[in-house]
Design a protein around this ligand. Structure first.
Ligand SMILES: [Zn+2]
Length: 536
């Protein structure tokens, strides 16, 4: 038996295997039924980077599971389109029209964009388009279809049957004044159509029904006062959020679902509700939220932080997937500065993947990130030594958008670079865009001070005399030019980056000189010194 793969999707896949054993002994889930992976989507807003990362991470766990087991699997993307609208989202047209429908299920509110049959119909269509564009393998399932199509009936009746047990899980967690009145059921008012404004006044388990009154007004949504009795089946009522999650797990037989850190408590309560119903809650993990560059939580409604489209301007999709793959349990700042490093780490992983032994490949993030290409039999290796940060430095000094010129330098640096042209060309476009948007506006060349100039003179002399083209020799000459003249190395390299690139940070100088050329670098130094001189 070979060693168990270590990366986190396998850890999760093993948790799925343990869960299945428990589920089998408890509710008799048979061993040839498909294993259900689920991700949830709230259609009160558009899909975003969080949606992408949850579906991607769940797909990775599914892939790991499929490595460990032959059992069939399904991935359900579940939309909560029966949820009532609490607040009109920002940035939508016809906000006034939508405001009149506050409190109604999202699937009963007209589409403010005028394209689909309902508000959630529009968001669901966007979700599917979004997921399809990344090639995710999933099945779309909607809460509305499940409730109104009667698929949840059995589970809803089971909740009515276990009413006290379910109340016993949730009620103690509620504030005192709402605890007494609380019911898992929220009838959809037969008069005004709202779900957020009703309150159950009595239950009739023998009839599978509940009595209610529509008297819970909240800001922007008046309750109409209607009272009545409805069966809990066929979409007449919805259950409240934590019970809703449990209902879905219970009826659909969900075996795995992950969730954001903010939902840990909900997930634990939902799991207890499933147990109260006699089911086995799914395996799952929580992931940390993305933060903006100041370390604040990214707000969906305010739209802070980076969008996927933003990212794709500056880095390939795989670099975003890399960022998402790495340590999901750790909070990460999601802003443009992480793109170059993510891209380079991904390229490194690609190179390692290419040279890894067959058995080790499945433990590489590349096995997950590039699943579609790998499964299609494509070669996903990357052998070139060209990195994204190198391209950024190169386009910075070359001052050109001309790919042919850029390629001239790349081929001189690495004669095999052409073999990775398909991967490098889009990187050049990204690097040009990144350079224009983020580096150019902050670029400022500075003349070194007298202390550093002594080192610059030594390096110039070396470059004039040097006849080789070895990055290590060049690096050691650059290093000596600082060291020999007792310049602190931090200051020395920073001054060189300021002189050559107009930035505080930069590449290894030896690598840079090798890439840009010995004569060209010498000439660049002369030009920068002359320019700076002219300004004084
Ligand atoms: Zn009403």
């Amino acid at each position: 038996m070979s060693e168990q793969p270590q990366c986190w999707p396998y850890r999760e896949a093993n948790a799925v295997i343990d869960h299945l054993e428990r589920a089998q002994s408890k509710d008799g889930k048979s061993a040839d039924e498909p294993v259900i992976f689920e991700t949830g989507f709230g259609p009160s807003g558009l899909p975003h980077i969080g949606t992408f990362s949850e579906v991607a991470r769940t797909s990775w766990v599914r892939r790991a599971y499929e490595r460990l087991s032959d059992r069939p699997t399904r991935l359900i993307a579940f939309s909560d389109d029966m949820d009532g609208l609490r607040k009109v989202p920002e940035n939508i047209p016809n906000a006034d029209m939508v405001a009149q429908h506050l409190g109604k299920p999202l699937c009963d509110i007209p589409d403010p964009f005028g394209e689909e049959d309902s508000f959630s119909g529009y968001m669901n269509a966007q979700l599917r388009r979004f997921l399809d564009s990344f090639g995710f393998d999933y099945e779309f399932v909607s809460s509305k279809d499940k409730y109104r199509g009667g698929h949840f009936n059995e589970g809803l009746l089971r909740i009515l049957e276990c009413y006290d047990e379910v109340r016993g899980v949730i009620a103690p967690t509620l504030r005192k004044h709402i605890r007494e009145d609380w019911s898992p059921f929220f009838p959809i008012c037969e008069n005004c159509g709202k779900v957020n404004n009703t309150r159950v006044t009595d239950i009739h388990p023998e009839d599978g029904a509940v009595s209610y009154v529509c008297d819970q007004s909240f800001r922007g949504a008046e309750a109409c006062g209607h009272s009545g009795t409805v069966t809990v089946t066929d979409g007449n009522v919805k259950v409240g959020w934590k019970v809703d999650w449990a209902l879905r797990w219970y009826v659909l037989g969900v075996d795995y679902e992950m969730y954001g850190k903010d939902l840990i408590e909900s997930a634990e309560l939902s799991a207890d509700v499933v147990r109260a119903l006699g089911g086995e809650p799914p395996a799952g993990m929580f992931y940390e939220m993305f933060l903006d560059e100041n370390g604040a939580k990214i707000s969906k409604s305010k739209g802070t932080g980076l969008s996927i489209d933003d990212w794709l301007q500056y880095g390939p999709l795989e670099s975003l997937a890399w960022f998402i793959f790495k340590r999901p349990e750790k909070a990460k700042k999601l802003f443009f500065e992480v793109i170059p490093r993510s891209t380079d780490q991904y390229l490194e992983a690609l190179s390692e993947y290419g040279s890894a032994a067959e058995g080790e490949k499945i433990d590489s993030p590349v096995h997950f990130i590039d699943a579609q290409r790998i499964d299609a039999g494509e070669d996903v290796s990357y052998d070139s030594g060209i990195s994204y940060s190198m391209l950024l430095n190169l386009v910075g000094v070359l001052n050109t958008d001309d790919r042919d010129i850029i390629w001239e330098y790349l081929c001189r640096y690495d004669e095999d670079a052409e073999e990775d042209r398909d991967a490098i060309d889009p990187l050049i476009d990204c690097a040009l865009q990144y350079f224009r948007d983020f580096i150019l506006p902050t670029r400022e060349y500075r003349l070194p001070d007298e202390e550093v100039m002594v080192g610059v003179d030594q390096l110039r002399q070396f470059l004039r005399d040097y006849e080789g083209d070895d990055p290590e020799e060049l690096q050691s000459a650059a290093y000596r030019a600082g060291k020999d003249n007792d310049i602190s190395l931090g200051k020395w390299f920073k001054s060189m980056y300021r002189l050559l690139l107009g930035q505080d940070r930069g590449p290894r100088l030896g690598t840079f000189i090798h890439l840009y050329g010995v004569d060209e670098t010498l000439q660049l130094i002369e030009e920068r010194l002359a320019e700076a001189d002219g300004k004084d």
